[in-house]
Write a protein that binds this ligand. Structure first.
Ligand SMILES: [Zn+2]
Length: 462
């Protein structure tokens, strides 16, 4: 080891799998090369002393929509990953519904090149699988996809964004799972039953109900529960690792618990800070800005979701960071069904979850599991990511558990802050104060200092 190494971070509360410890962690050439007691700390060209503030492995957001290529008026890679850096997120995993959608090697490479030139933090890409693209899954795996995503949905009018990454045909779904299992990659699904949602939504429309709250009524919990069960049953036959994304209801998470209780293996579950924090009431407050899919649920469903956090059923937390244009969202005040679904989240997730830690709803250790360690494990990135260990990437976030901050959209980095209202006014307690990607600070004291293009492409192989 050289006398002076690139970067050293010290703290009295550094995360390890065995608890928080007083440690000094040294990085050289982007990797962690030494972990010592504070008294033996190596010298670094750059040093940071976290004092009593916890040092965590970098947060990995497994669910973002950076909108580029395609809808760069909604978001782009530089903006979106600056938001990530500001939020303590060192790596994002990107969903395939850009324009063109990622559903073949060529489109995969296009997105990888754009993101490589613009990202401030590291990124991985999900491949897309759906109607007509099963034969293109292997080539996406070869390009470095971390997983596949399939919408159990029909998008006849939005082929620019969703072509080849959706299906409502269970036979197609079976073949996607079979192929993903062959390729050794997880298969992720958006689990809502299309025909049930169509029935309930049409009922709303026929009754002339177009208020914000009617969005939730048009997409009942049963649609998510059914789709989760169906996906688990079909997945088991193929041996694939199934990953249920953005599970919104406690009932659907409980289905996973029941399935595991019956011996069902190979299923992991993601939920989002939105579902753990906000209820359907938010639709009455901020209208279309609270329209997300699946929708915000009742307080009762949310309580059950927390039970599934507490008992270990839920594996990961992603944000479903999905900004839209202000004008498109505004249409939802008169007719909620006319507005697109989705809200920004990558910058606020850690603050929201730290607030729950401060409120005693989960431990800081459990937060690290849900937002870093388990994400890396599910997507095959562990221990390069999700660990403070010799040989891992030197990715850290330092958090100040006492910092109080009312979330103000105008201070967020998202493309158009006017659409970032979902957590507007939320009284956050706890905030990231330093974000380090591969030994280099990209955010310090709230200021993003990382350069576009520094973020690198991450796959299971590299
Ligand atoms: Zn999403």
């Amino acid at each position: 080891m050289p006398q002076t190494i690139d970067f050293v971070i010290k703290g009295r509360r550094v995360y390890t799998p065995d608890g928080f410890m007083p440690l000094a962690v040294g990085a050289q050439d982007e990797k962690i090369v030494t972990i010592t007691g504070l008294e033996n700390a190596p010298r670094g060209r750059e040093e940071y002393d976290a004092g009593d503030n916890p040092v965590l492995p970098g947060i990995i957001d497994p669910h973002t929509h950076m909108r580029e290529p395609g809808y760069t008026r909604r978001e782009d890679w530089t903006n979106g990953t600056r938001a990530a850096a500001a939020g303590g997120v060192t790596c994002v995993l990107e969903q395939p519904n850009s324009v063109p959608p990622v559903n073949c090697a060529e489109n995969f490479r296009l997105k990888r090149e754009i993101a490589s030139a613009k990202a401030v933090v590291d990124f991985g890409l999900l491949g897309g699988a759906g109607e007509g693209t099963i034969h293109q899954m292997a080539e996406q795996a070869a390009e470095g996809a971390v997983a596949f995503k399939t919408y159990l949905w029909s998008y006849p009018d939005r082929s620019d964004e969703f072509d080849g990454i959706h299906t409502i045909d269970d036979g197609v779904l079976y073949q996607i799972f079979e192929q993903a299992a062959d390729l050794g990659l997880p298969s992720c699904v958006h689990a809502e039953n299309y025909r049930l949602v169509r029935t309930f939504s049409n009922r709303m429309l026929q009754e002339g109900r177009r208020a914000p709250i009617d969005h939730q009524k048009g997409r009942p919990v049963v649609a998510e529960v059914e789709a989760a069960w169906r996906a688990m049953i079909i997945a088991r036959e193929t041996g694939v690792q199934l990953n249920l994304l953005h599970i919104s209801s406690g009932s659907a998470a409980t289905a996973v618990k029941a399935w595991r209780g019956m011996g069902g293996q190979g299923v992991t579950v993601e939920t989002c800070p939105t579902y753990l924090t906000l209820t359907e009431e938010r639709l009455n407050e901020i209208g279309p800005y609270a329209k997300i899919n699946p929708p915000l649920r009742s307080a009762e469903e949310q309580e059950i979701l927390w039970d599934r956090i507490a008992d270990g059923t839920i594996d990961t937390i992603g944000t479903d960071h999905a900004p839209h244009e202000f004008e498109a969202k505004e249409k939802g005040w008169r007719d909620i069904f006319a507005a697109p679904a989705g809200a920004p989240g990558v910058e606020t997730s850690l603050r929201v979850m730290l607030t729950h830690v401060n409120a005693g709803r989960l431990s800081l250790e459990r937060l690290v599991e849900l937002m870093s360690v388990n994400v890396a494990r599910v997507y095959g990135l562990y221990p390069r990511k999700g660990a403070i260990a010799v040989g891992s990437d030197a990715d850290f976030v330092v958090v100040d558990l006492e910092r109080r901050e009312r979330i103000d959209p105008k201070r967020l980095h998202v493309k158009d802050p006017r659409v970032a209202r979902i957590f507007e006014g939320f009284e956050a307690v706890g905030a990231p104060i330093l974000t380090v990607v591969r030994g280099k600070p990209v955010m310090r004291d709230g200021e993003v200092i990382g350069e576009p293009g520094y973020g690198g492409f991450i796959s299971r192989q590299n």
